[in-house]
Design a protein around this ligand. Structure first.
Ligand code: HEC
Length: 121
């Protein structure tokens, strides 16, 4: 059993016990587990793949063109390069895309994707 499943099972058992309790006053001190602290995380499928196809894959396609060194068309390709991607999309003297910086909100989404744990979907 992996750690995630263990936590889920553990939380389910806790929940089952608290529901079966007949008195409510002894529950008041129980910490309420937050079932989903970040309900709308940034994901590759929902946000990042569109940014890549709109701004990057003209060169970083499969196969790459215009001397781009690699393709950025899959979750694995993009997530494994996220640090160099973040550094180049915010590099004012040598930006990616080379035509100029993307809007700040777009660049922040990529950073947020990393902060949220590089989720695929
Ligand atoms: C017009 C073509 C073109 C577009 C569009 C483009 N790139 Fe690039 N990219 C290149 C070329 C050519 C290089 C290699 C030369 C260099 O590093 O500047 C490169 C290099 C990079 C590198 C650095 C590789 C390294 O080893 O340091 C990253 C990261 C990168 N691109 C990401 C992106 C991202 C992310 C986008 C979209 C937001 C993008 N690129 C859009 C052509 C492009």
């Amino acid at each position: 059993m992996n750690f995630k499943n263990f936590i889920f099972l553990f939380a389910s058992v806790l929940l089952a016990f608290s529901c079966s309790s007949s008195s409510s006053d002894d529950l008041s001190n129980d910490p309420e587990p937050d079932p989903d602290p970040n309900p709308n995380p940034i994901t590759y499928d929902m946000h990042i793949s569109t940014i890549m196809s709109n701004n990057c894959t003209a060169c970083h396609g499969n196969p790459p063109t215009q001397s781009a060194p690699f393709s950025l068309t899959t979750f694995t390709e993009v997530s494994t390069r996220v640090n160099s991607i973040i550094s180049r999309i915010n590099n004012t003297s040598n930006p990616m895309p080379p035509s100029g910086l993307m809007p700040q909100s777009t660049r922040e989404l990529v950073q947020q994707w990393k902060d949220d744990g590089l989720l695929e979907n």
